[in-house]
Design a protein around this ligand. Structure first.
Ligand code: PXP
Length: 251
C-alpha cells in the first residue's frame, strides 16, 4: 500500500504570518498533524529550516511527543539542525538542499557532488536508528550516488513533473524520468518515495511510477483543507454574530 505522509509546514507558515516570535499561535501545525493522523495519514513531515521561517524547534519536539505515526524530519545537512535531529530521533530524516531565497525546496540534493560528506551523515544518523532519505532529482547519476551513500530511501523530486503536467509531451517526458528513476533506485536496493507539487489533479498520473513506498504532500492538502473547511468556520462565527443584541450579553 502506498503511504501518505503529510507535510504540515504550510500550517506553520500561516501561523508565523501573524504570531512570529510569540511562542504560540494559530493554526498549530501539531494540532493539524493530529487531525491528519486521525483521518488516516501514515506519517507527518516537517521541515526545520535553518532560518526557521515556518516550523519552529518547539513544533518538532511536540510532534515527536504527540504524533502516533511516523515523523519524517526534512532538513538541510547543517550541523545545528543535525544535532537537533539526534535529540528528536525522528523515524526518518529527509536531507534536502536549502537556500535562503527559495520559497520552498526547489531542486534535489547534489549527492554525486557531495558523496563522501553525505555518506558520513547517513552513517551517523543510521547509528542512531534514524532512517535516511535523500531528496533528489530523478537523475541516474544522483541515484547511483545515493545508493553508495548507504541511504535507506530516495525521495524523487516530483516538482518538474508537476510543473510540466499540463504540457503534453514535456509532462510525459517528466513522468518517464520518474519511472526510470524509480526502477533504477529499486534495483539498487533503495526504497523509493516521491514528493513536491503533487495534487488532486496530477496524482493519478503517478500510478505509472513503480515501487513507490510513500508520497509526501503538503501544499495541495493544506490548501484544500482551507477551502473545504471554510463553510464550517463561517457557520461557527455566525453563531456569535447572530447572538449579538440577543440580550444575553455579559456586561
Ligand atoms: N518533499 C519535500 C522534500 C519537500 O521539500 C516538500 C516541500 O516542502 C514536499 C515533499 C511537499 O511538497 P508540496 O508542499 O508541494 O506538496
Amino acid at each position: 500500500m502506498l503511504k501518505l505522509g503529510i507535510n504540515v509546514d504550510h500550517v506553520a507558515t500561516l501561523r508565523e504570518a501573524r504570531y512570529r516570535g510569540r511562542g504560540s499561535g494559530e493554526p498549530d501545525p501539531v494540532e493539524a498533524a493530529l487531525l491528519c493522523e486521525a483521518d488516516g495519514a501514515h506519517g507527518i513531515t516537517a521541515h526545520l529550516r535553518e532560518d526557521r521561517r515556518h516550523i519552529q524547534d518547539r513544533d518538532i519536539f511536540q510532534l515527536r511527543e504527540r504524533i502516533g505515526t511516523r515523523l519524517n524530519l526534512e532538513m538541510a545537512n547543517h550541523p545545528e539542525i543535525r544535532a537537533i535531529a539526534l535529540r528528536v530521533r525522528p523515524e526518518t530524516v529527509c536531507l534536502v538542499p536549502e537556500q535562503r531565497q527559495e520559497v520552498t525546496t526547489e531542486g534535489g540534493l547534489d549527492v554525486a557532488g557531495n558523496e563522501r560528506e553525505l555518506s558520513e551523515v547517513c552513517q551517523e544518523l543510521r547509528t542512531h536508528q534514524i532512517g535516511v532519505s535523500l531528496f533528489i532529482n530523478p537523475d541516474s547519476a544522483q541515484i547511483s550516488a545515493a545508493a553508495r551513500t548507504g541511504a535507506d530511501f530516495v525521495e524523487l523530486h516530483t516538482g518538474p513533473f508537476a510543473e510540466a503536467f499540463h504540457e503534453e509531451s514535456q509532462g510525459r517526458e517528466e513522468l518517464q524520468r520518474l519511472v526510470r528513476a524509480a526502477r533504477q533506485a529499486y534495483e539498487l536496493g533503495l526504497s523509493v518515495n516521491a514528493g513536491h507539487g503533487l495534487n488532486y489533479e496530477n496524482f493519478e498520473a503517478l500510478y505509472a511510477v513503480p515501487h513507490l513506498v510513500e508520497v509526501n504532500i503538503g501544499h495541495s492538502i493544506i490548501s484544500r483543507a482551507l477551502l473545504v473547511g471554510m463553510g464550517r468556520a463561517v457557520r461557527e462565527m455566525l453563531e456569535f454574530t447572530d447572538g449579538y443584541g440577543s440580550g444575553d450579553r455579559v456586561e
